[in-house]
Design a protein around this ligand. Structure first.
Ligand SMILES: [Ca+2]
Ligand SMILES: [Ca+2]
Ligand SMILES: [Ca+2]
Ligand SMILES: [Ca+2]
Length: 383
């Protein structure tokens, strides 16, 4: 509000008073008031000089919006910053006066920050942004806010400034394996370096905070398998023997640079390969046998086994079909060799009997064992 005192020299000793209010920036030539009429003066004055005081009030009109002197403000804020942290903001200026001047600020959106308006001793206002709920870079890395300054005019005018916040990463996440259990199967005797499987863990952090290294957990065997520290690929590192171990359970660990860890289990099934030949063991052997032994007389007892599993260890046992002997299974791994015909020492006094055991592997393995049977003489010929 500005007061302009106009002194109109109309008389020397008569004082009347009148007050006008006009809005600022009124165009030239605008009507303000009829002084003579408002003062109740006669058109023809007795005394040509009268002094009147007229107050002229120039009313402020809301012709300025609040203005910031920049378009944007940038902040880099660590996601570890606690709520309550204060960030000072630029203030806006509005040259209008009274209620037409700057009144308040609003921040949008207000999900993480709110705005605090404070006054200095000289009455000027300044603004601060206060963190309400902590930031999480893994949820949202950039925040775009708008700070708007409002005046109190009618209609209200406003000006705004963009606030760009980049959330800086902190190592606040550990690696997490994509699977709690990994399963794979490999053939026994697989060469060193054969790929078994790849484990993988993710770490939500950024850059080095999210770098993961892999290892076997302490206590998990590692002489038969190797793990690539960087890729998590597990390969064969030693001799894998189905006959000694059919399944391996290994614990693996993923670790980030901050020491956060996670573990997972790897189960490796070993697939049998036909790498064992049948073994024939002679348990008992009767030689010589009398030439008049009746058919079915037991000559030998044999134990035949194969260390492999399934078809690789499933055996068939036979002898030459044209021989006067027979081989029969007595129980799971045991066989008996018997005579099948009446023998005659005078024709053949000694037999080499070859027993063959063959497995059903692909390719199959077979084993031969030859026993020499002698016939003992019986007095079966008259002179
Ligand atoms: Ca991390
Ligand atoms: Ca983080
Ligand atoms: Ca075998
Ligand atoms: Ca085998």
């Amino acid at each position: 509000l500005q007061l302009l005192i106009l002194c109109i020299c109309v008389a020397d000793d008569v004082y009347g008073q009148v007050r006008y209010s006009i809005p600022e920036e009124m165009v030239k030539g605008s009507f303000v008031g009829n002084i003579a009429q408002d003062l109740g003066l006669d058109i023809i004055l007795d005394n040509p000089m009268e002094l009147h005081r007229i107050d002229m009030e120039i009313l402020d009109i809301n012709d300025h919006a609040p203005v910031f002197n920049k378009k944007d403000i940038f902040f880099e804020i660590s996601e570890s910053v606690h709520s309550g942290a204060i960030f000072s903001l630029d203030t806006a200026k509005d040259p209008d006066v009274g209620t037409n001047s700057l009144q308040t600020y609003r921040l949008h959106p207000a999900d993480h920050f709110n705005v605090k308006i404070l006054s200095r001793l000289d009455g000027t206002k300044y603004v601060e942004m206060v963190l309400q709920t902590t930031l999480d870079r893994e949820k949202q890395e950039e925040h775009k806010l708008v700070l708007t300054a409002y005046d109190g005019g009618n209609p209200q005018k406003s000006g705004s400034i963009s606030i760009n916040i980049l959330v800086l990463d902190v190592n606040d996440n550990g690696p997490i394996f994509l699977q709690t259990v990994y399963k794979a199967s490999i053939l026994e005797n697989s060469a060193k370096g054969t790929r078994v499987l790849q484990v993988s863990a993710v770490d939500a952090d950024k850059g080095t905070n999210g770098e993961v290294t892999y290892s076997f957990s302490r206590g998990s065997l590692s002489d038969l398998f190797d793990i690539n520290t960087h890729t998590g690929e597990i390969t064969v590192g030693g001799l894998i023997d189905f006959e000694s171990t059919k399944q391996y359970e290994i614990n693996v660990e993923a670790k980030d640079r901050g020491g956060f860890t996670n573990s997972s289990k790897v189960i490796i099934d070993i697939i049998d390969v036909n790498d064992n030949a049948p073994v024939i063991t002679l348990m008992s052997f009767s030689s010589p046998v009398p030439e008049d032994s009746i058919p079915g007389t037991v000559i030998a007892m044999l134990n035949i086994k194969d260390l492999d599993s399934g078809k690789n260890g499933h055996l068939k046992c036979f002898i030459r079909p044209d021989s006067p002997f027979q081989i029969k299974q007595s129980s799971s791994n045991f066989y008996i060799l018997t005579t099948d015909h009446v023998l005659d020492r005078e024709k053949i006094s000694e037999y080499n009997i070859t027993i063959t055991a063959v497995d059903e592997g692909s390719p199959p393995y077979s084993t031969n064992k030859t026993v020499t049977l002698k016939l003992s003489d019986v007095n079966d010929n008259a002179p």
